[in-house]
Design a protein around this ligand. Structure first.
Ligand code: HPA
Ligand code: ZN
Length: 326
């Protein structure tokens, strides 16, 4: 319909997408064949059936398994390029892309292999699609801080290719404060900082992400509404939240999209953005997330405009680039 056409066409930034989460089943199987890797699923259909998640961990188990097919520079390039081509169809003009180097280095794929493939596709996306991007290194919070420090140190030679650091994976039981030292060091090296917090974890994790890690943006953050003082602070400081509606439903943070708190977050004056998180696993890219919210939550065209503007405001683009997009 008309609003859907408007949604597809409006220029937008995507600030919360994990490159490993854009691995479509078809590409997973073709890379498995190319690299001689056996997958535990018979085919695309059986794999899609396995995408029946009941919480964050049940998703992560499959997501890390799927990433095994990524072996060579070309694999990371193909994965990233496929995402950019798909994003172009939703008129995404700028992306801040997460990657999880520890997922790959712990299976002996060198950091350099991972980042070289991703970076190559970023360069080509800017040249051929006009999409700018920044790459954000995420530490896996279920692993030790020592392992995170190793990842940060592996990244130092590639500093010019990196636009920030973040924190993802299993939230419950892995508070931001576990990673104080590595984020201290990252901020010392002038990395912009983001962190997943308040997806499954409590509002206290959002506070820690801000106060202990120095996060400038909160990924998810939807549980902030349980803490009024926190909401007031997030609104006052205009800390962006990168909300991922279809992800939240798939991982059962909300029972149904109609129960999602996106509009309450907007109503409280928060700087909210809509993003896809792991689109290959959660059944939709960024345009699908906007469209599903429009349908289930009754977003108006003005809401859509506000959300798309927020996506540039909340980005790590410089002020001149932001103005160009706004
Ligand atoms: N939460 C935590 N870790 C993740 C996610 C997420 O939504 N997606 C990929 N890794
Ligand atoms: Zn995420």
């Amino acid at each position: 319909d008309r609003l859907e056409t408007f949604i597809r066409g409006i220029p937008k930034a995507e600030l919360h997408v994990h490159i490993e989460g854009t691995l479509e089943p078809e590409l997973m199987f073709s890379l498995a064949r190319r690299n001689g890797i056996a997958l535990p699923w018979m085919g695309v259909e059986e794999l899609r059936k396995a995408y029946d998640f009941h919480n964050l961990q049940s998703f992560l188990d499959i997501y890390y398994q799927g990433a095994d097919v990524l072996q060579h520079v070309q694999d990371f390039y193909d994965l990233t390029w496929a995402y950019f081509e798909r994003a172009a169809r939703d008129n995404v003009r700028h992306v801040e892309l997460f990657f999880d180097p520890q997922t790959h280095t712990r299976r002996d794929v060198p950091f350099e292999t991972v980042i070289t493939g991703i970076h190559g596709a970023q360069v080509d996306a800017e040249k051929r699609l006009g999409i700018t991007s920044k790459l954000i290194l995420c530490f896996l919070r279920h692993l030790s801080e020592e392992s995170a420090l190793e990842a940060l140190h592996a990244a130092v030679p590639f500093r010019p290719w990196l636009g920030g650091v973040g924190l993802d994976s299993s939230e419950s039981g892995n508070p931001p404060s576990k990673f104080k030292a590595v984020f201290d060091e990252a901020r010392e090296a002038q990395f912009p900082v983001v962190a997943h917090a308040g997806e499954e974890g409590p509002p206290a994790y959002i506070r820690e992400a801000l106060d202990v890690l120095g996060a400038q943006r909160i990924d998810h953050g939807v549980r902030c509404l349980e803490d009024d003082a926190l909401v007031e602070r997030l609104a006052r400081e205009q800390v962006p939240l990168t909300v991922c509606p279809l992800s939240n439903v798939k991982l059962r943070v909300f029972p149904h999209l109609a129960q999602h708190n996106l509009k309450q977050l907007m109503g409280r004056g928060l700087l909210v953005t809509i993003n896809s998180d792991d689109p290959a696993y959660f059944g939709g890219y960024i345009g699908d997330n906007y469209t599903a919210c429009a349908r289930e939550l009754g977003l108006s065209q003005d809401d859509v405009v506000a959300l798309a503007k927020n996506s540039f405001t909340a980005s790590f683009l410089g002020e001149d680039d932001k103005r160009r997009h706004l």
